[in-house]
Design a protein around this ligand. Structure first.
Ligand code: DAH
Length: 350
């Protein structure tokens, strides 16, 4: 092998050993750079005769072209390898199953509300809503709880701007104000009939929603849920309330043998008033009386505030704690679980 062939072979060898583009550029400099071996050979031609320059020059040029070709080939190979490596690193496995989006669900208390609306709806009750920021009048006064009435102290709440200095607006402490709000609307709607002395369609309504009190422990939360019920007609009695509420509880808890008891109590807006207790006949709570609602015959003063004649219109109201109903239905023992927002708890109700 002549000297030039050996040079080309050694360049090829060097280039193939270069593992990166940077190494390849260094190898290139050793042959084609300013002080490279090919360049040196060119310089060495200066001393040759014209004839010798011709043949020697052509031979060196061939060698130079061969080295350049080897360089280009290696560059291409390295670029190709780099591309392949990048493709491998960024490879997507399109056959992998997708990551499913977590499925949401209704909050257990919302489930209770929906259930309650469906059951009372099937018994001919409308669903009403009232504002959570309430006036002093609707929350207390209209419900026969005037200023300085001791029952107000059990309803310590959050006062907000609006209303008067003496009676500022507040976050409603119960859903009972919806009784009067809804009744007033109903009466207005049937004004003509009432004025003509004709019978008014009965008021049958429930009002579920958020309520507020300054209270916080394992069984009390500053925000909690209630559902109000109101049934007013010309001939509605406790017997109807007992039947209605028993049917509701049996359907809600899916227990045909559930029993109900009225325990005398006091509320300013009902007279007489009763606490409603229920008892399961089987299961972990069997035999215990569980308080689930307040109720009573709507007080004549409240009936009057509804725009109705208490001599003619009579009825009853009830108010129940929805969080309590939810706890009893699902066996939850700490109210705070409902409001902590822990997905491990909430996802069990999906
Ligand atoms: N509003 C009462 C409370 O939050 C509950 C209540 C009692 C509602 C008797 C009523 C009722 O409608 O008749 O303590």
């Amino acid at each position: 092998m002549n000297e030039l062939d050996a040079l080309v072979a050694s360049a090829r060898d060097d280039f193939s050993q270069a593992a990166t583009p940077a190494e390849l550029e260094n190898a290139k400099a050793r042959f084609l750079g300013k002080a490279g071996r090919i360049t040196e050979l060119m310089k060495g031609m200066a001393a040759l005769s014209v004839e010798e320059k011709k043949s020697r020059g052509a031979a060196i040029n061939l060698a130079k072209q061969a080295v350049e070709a080897a360089l280009a080939e290696r560059r291409q190979a390295l670029a190709e390898a780099e591309l392949q490596q990048q493709l491998r690193a960024e490879a997507l496995d399109v056959t992998l199953p997708g990551r499913a989006r977590g499925q949401g669900g209704l909050h257990p208390v919302s489930l209770t509300m929906e259930r309650l609306e469906a059951i009372f709806g099937s018994m001919g009750f409308e669903i009403a809503q009232g504002p959570e920021i309430e006036t002093d009048w609707f929350n207390f006064t209209a419900l026969n709880t005037p200023e300085d009435h001791p029952a107000r102290s059990m309803h310590d709440t959050f006062y907000v701007e609006g209303g008067s200095a003496k009676a500022p607006n507040l976050l409603r402490t119960h859903t009972s104000p919806v009784q009067v709000r809804h009744a007033l609307q109903h009466v207005q709607q049937h004004r003509a009939r009432l004025d003509a002395g004709e019978p008014m369609p009965e008021i049958r309504v429930i009002a579920p929603g958020r309520t507020y009190r300054v209270d916080s422990d394992a069984t009390h939360s500053p925000m909690f849920h209630q559902c109000e019920g109101l049934w007013i007609g010309e001939n509605v009695s406790f017997k109807d309330l007992k039947f209605l509420f028993t049917e509701f509880c049996r359907t809600f808890f899916e227990r045909e043998d559930l029993v109900l008891r009225f325990r005398p109590s006091f509320f300013p807006f009902t007279e007489p008033s009763a606490e409603i207790d229920i008892q399961f006949q089987s299961g972990p709570l069997a035999g215990r009386w569980l308080e689930v609602a307040g109720s009573g015959q709507v007080h004549p003063a409240v009936v009057r505030n509804m725009g109705l004649d208490p001599e003619k219109h009579i009825g009853f109201a009830f108010g129940m704690g929805l969080d309590r109903f939810t706890m009893l239905r699902y066996g939850v023992n700490d109210l705070r679980l409902f409001f902590d927002g822990d997905v491990r708890f909430l996802s069990q109700f999906r």
